[in-house]
Design a protein around this ligand. Structure first.
Ligand SMILES: [Zn+2]
Length: 279
């Protein structure tokens, strides 16, 4: 089916009381693994392209590829700009056919965050593209006093009211990448946010976050969970295994990549079932 907007996909998630996996892809194999898994599991999926891939033509090329793959799949697929940093990236995403953008101005003071986000909402909504924005900040590595970074529920409500966004990313103790120590996820804070803010809530830093916390966060109202690091690690590790096997043997790259694709599918399937509260 044609690509759908983030708002459409998250409405399905809300109805089913599940979260949808948002996977950062970086090459054909990772994209193929995610879309094939979604199709097999009969679940909507969000394909995320990180802002770095807008530094050259990659975002444009992936957009064309994702569009064709979505059209040949019978589950809803969203194409989303992850951590958009500039208005130019947002405009290019719209031009390339993305159906959703994130604008991340969360490191700016609240008033400036609101202004930039409003500008993005005006551009995106006029093209039927959804907008995710963020308030609060994910914890930088090694943060001890996290209070200053976490999302304040009342501010979240005000931010949503003023900007008109479709989904809100919050900071509740997760961080990007792997954790050195088990994280403290502030689920009570999340519950307060979800009770106040009536739009879908997004969890960044899904990698390596304990399954029990992930599932409880979904029960409270998380509807989109971002996953990058774990998927990329599986790719790197599986590629290393193939490199060892192929020291003395040649395979064409499509054949070489099959076991790597299969390993990524294993992880994606496990995460999709976790986010759908099936396991
Ligand atoms: Zn993120």
């Amino acid at each position: 089916m044609p690509l759908v907007t983030l708002a459409t996909a998250l409405a399905i998630a809300k109805e089913k009381n599940i979260a949808i996996g948002a996977f950062n892809i970086g090459n054909y194999e990772s994209l193929k693994a995610v879309i094939d898994c979604a199709s097999e599991e009969k679940l909507p999926v969000i394909i995320q392209i990180f802002n770095r891939l807008f530094n050259d033509d990659k975002a444009r090329d992936f957009a064309a590829l994702v569009k064709v793959m979505a059209e040949n799949t019978d589950v809803p697929v969203v194409l989303h700009l992850d951590h958009g940093k500039t208005i130019d990236q947002v405009k290019r995403a719209v031009q390339y056919g993305f159906t959703s953008v994130m604008i991340d101005a969360s490191d700016l003071p609240m008033e400036e965050n609101i202004q930039m986000t409003k500008e993005v909402v005006a551009i995106a909504h006029s093209h039927n593209v959804s907008v995710e924005a963020e308030i609060g900040r994910l914890l930088p590595k090694g943060t001890v006093d996290c209070e200053n970074f976490l999302t304040v529920p009342e501010e979240a409500l005000e931010f949503v009211k003023q900007t008109g966004i479709d989904a809100l990313a919050v900071a509740i103790g997760t961080s990007h990448g792997f954790y050195k120590e088990a994280p403290f996820i502030d689920l009570e804070r999340l519950k307060k946010i979800c009770d106040l803010v009536r739009i879908p809530i997004v969890l960044h830093g899904g990698s390596d976050t304990p399954d029990a916390d992930v599932q409880q966060s979904i029960r409270y109202g998380i509807r989109k969970i971002n996953l990058a690091t774990e998927l990329h690690k599986v790719y790197i590790d599986a590629t290393a295994v193939q490199a060892e096997i192929h020291k003395t043997k040649f395979s064409p790259i499509d054949v070489y990549n099959v076991p790597i694709y299969e390993k990524m599918k294993e992880l994606v399937r496990q995460k999709m079932n976790l986010f759908a509260l099936r396991s």
